[in-house]
Design a binder for this molecule. Structure first.
Ligand SMILES: Cc1cc2nc3c(=O)[nH]c(=O)nc-3n(C[C@H](O)[C@H](O)[C@H](O)COP(=O)(O)OP(=O)(O)OC[C@H]3O[C@@H](n4cnc5c(N)ncnc54)[C@H](O)[C@@H]3O)c2cc1C
Length: 492
């Protein structure tokens, strides 16, 4: 039972938040409805739902929490569509959910230098629309258009062009004290004639990465590098059986090393019965070269030639993303992704049976994500596929896998598991998730990003002195433990 003082401080803080936010603070029954979750993680108790309108309100909310000794911790989300990993649920109980989706301004769009200053509620759909017919585009992900640019980048999400963190140039952050700090050399010295966009590291220790996958601050804006819109996005598609996976992976590694594929290539496993490690599965491969048309023509000849020589080219096609409609086998959503256009919600409906922004409430099945990073080596990838298939199969579930090739040496293996949304289905889904974490950890394969039940697993963070350093940083910046308890900090 909380002591009287704690209870009084909680009540005082909730009252202060109500004063500060008015109808943007929800403290009562609507809270029961606030956290639907397609991943069916054990439901977290919520102390309040706070929906500030601007950065001043965010600072005031954190300032009040600091004054009252962190009586109620805060869990920030941008648009809260972290599907498969917890959605809007905090890792810990009794937090106030700090929903930043009403901070939705594109504060600046510089179409000469190629950057945008965006707030957390700015979605990839909105930014992509604003860039239509301009010399720039945005690195979009395969999630729907209504997901947040910043929320995903802060999680180091994976876009079609590159990992989203690589798009971040600078951040505006509110610390647990309520103070605001701007990190990244972009903001420059006071009085600088122009933003420092040409060199992102600044001088001395770089604090920007401290705020990615961390609980050290609440981000209220970010400077995002846009991608120069290429003259041509040439997309390659092919399908191949699991039996030739080794050859396909070797080829992918070479094509990435040579720069012939300069986006994140994807190979989608179509699932299916296995007659050996990954051998019974079929894969759909999609990759792209973005650049000048003349170069793309030469690249296409080389890529298709290599696919044929490797025996993978029988159904391979190459087409411009803008022409995808003219190719019957072209996957339009993939072509759009490489061209910087995110999928609208209804498109994702077909695979989930619900409008994607309704997944949490109405998704017909539960859905969990496990995201290990695996070396781009045939043996390692095959082992990871076989292991995940066996673990899911043991609970009577099927896993799907997408190999996102981040570089010539690294694959983000997105393993997803669907399960019936019943008590037993959910138990089986979570048993699979737990076993995936344990079994992959034993093989030294760790996720690049984790769900709310596993973000605090000590094994993810390496040896002890590193844990202590992280905890010291947390204590220095957030002595009352106000921001996102349990998020990416090893449990004691
Ligand atoms: C069909 C489908 C396809 C998907 N494809 C992809 C894909 O291609 N790539 C990919 O990466 N993911 C993908 N996902 C997973 C997920 O839906 C996306 O990553 C989505 O962008 C995350 O939700 P969000 O943008 O609303 O971020 P949020 O849920 O708002 O944020 C994610 C986390 O970051 C932290 N955070 C957010 N904002 C702040 C802030 N302002 N300050 C401090 N901390 C903050 C919070 O802890 C939050 O939980 C996919 C999901 C589905 C269902």
């Amino acid at each position: 039972m909380p002591g009287k003082e704690v209870t009084a401080a909680r009540a005082a803080l909730l009252g202060r938040w109500r004063q500060l936010l008015g109808d943007g603070a929800f403290l009562g029954p609507p809270l029961d409805e606030a956290l639907p979750d397609v991943g069916e993680f054990p439901p977290r108790r919520l102390a309040a739902l706070l929906r500030p309108r601007d950065q001043d309100q965010v600072r005031a909310v954190l300032g009040a929490a600091a004054e009252l000794g962190g009586a109620v911790p805060l869990y920030p989300v941008s648009t809260g569509r972290n599907w498969g990993l917890g959605s809007r649920q905090p890792p810990a109980h009794d937090c106030a959910l700090l929903d930043l989706s009403r901070l939705d301004q594109v504060r600046e769009l510089d179409l000469e230098r190629g950057y945008a200053i965006v707030e957390p509620g700015v979605t990839q759909g909105e930014l992509s629309r604003r860039l239509d017919s301009t010399p720039f585009m945005v690195n979009v992900t395969g999630a729907c258009a209504d997901t947040s640019i910043l929320g995903n980048a802060l999680e180091r999400g994976v876009g079609f062009a590159r990992q989203r963190t690589d798009d971040l140039v600078a951040l505006e952050v509110v610390l647990a004290s309520g103070e605001q700090v701007r990190v990244g050399s972009f903001w420059g010295a006071p009085g600088a004639a122009a933003p420092i966009f040409h060199y992102r590291h600044g001088i001395g220790p770089d604090l920007l990465p401290l705020f990615c996958q961390s609980n050290l601050g609440v981000v209220t804006a970010g400077v995002v590098a846009l991608l120069p819109r290429p003259e041509c996005v040439r997309v390659f598609q092919a399908s191949f059986p699991g039996a030739v996976l080794d050859r396909a992976l070797g080829l992918l590694r070479d094509l990435h090393a040579d720069g012939l594929l300069n986006n994140v290539s994807r190979a989608y496993s179509a699932g299916g019965p296995s007659s050996g490690p990954g051998a019974g599965e079929a894969f759909l491969f999609a990759g792209a070269y973005s650049g000048r048309r003349g170069v793309a023509d030469a690249v296409a000849e080389a890529v298709l030639g290599e696919l044929r020589r490797a025996g993978l080219g029988s159904n391979a096609v190459a087409f411009d993303a803008e022409d995808a409609d003219r190719f019957p086998d072209a996957d339009r959503a993939l072509a759009d992704g490489f061209a910087g256009r995110p999928a609208a919600c209804p498109r994702i409906r077909s695979s989930f049976g619900a409008h994607s922004c309704d997944l949490d409430r109405a998704g017909a099945e539960g859905w969990l994500l496990f995201l290990p990073v695996v070396p781009l080596e045939a043996a390692a990838v095959r082992r990871a596929l076989a292991l995940s298939e066996a673990i899911a199969g043991a609970e009577g579930l099927t896993r799907n896998a997408i190999l996102n090739v981040l570089s010539a040496s690294c694959v983000d293996l997105a393993i997803s598991v669907r399960f019936p949304r019943t008590a037993d289905g959910s138990r089986r889904g979570h048993a699979v998730l737990g076993r995936l974490h344990r079994a992959f950890g034993q093989e030294g394969l760790f996720p690049y990003r984790a769900d709310i039940d596993h973000q605090g697993a000590a094994a993810l963070f390496g040896p002890g002195p590193y844990h202590d350093t992280l905890r010291r940083l947390k204590r220095a910046l957030d002595p009352h433990g106000i921001i996102a308890p349990g998020r990416y900090l090893p449990r004691e």
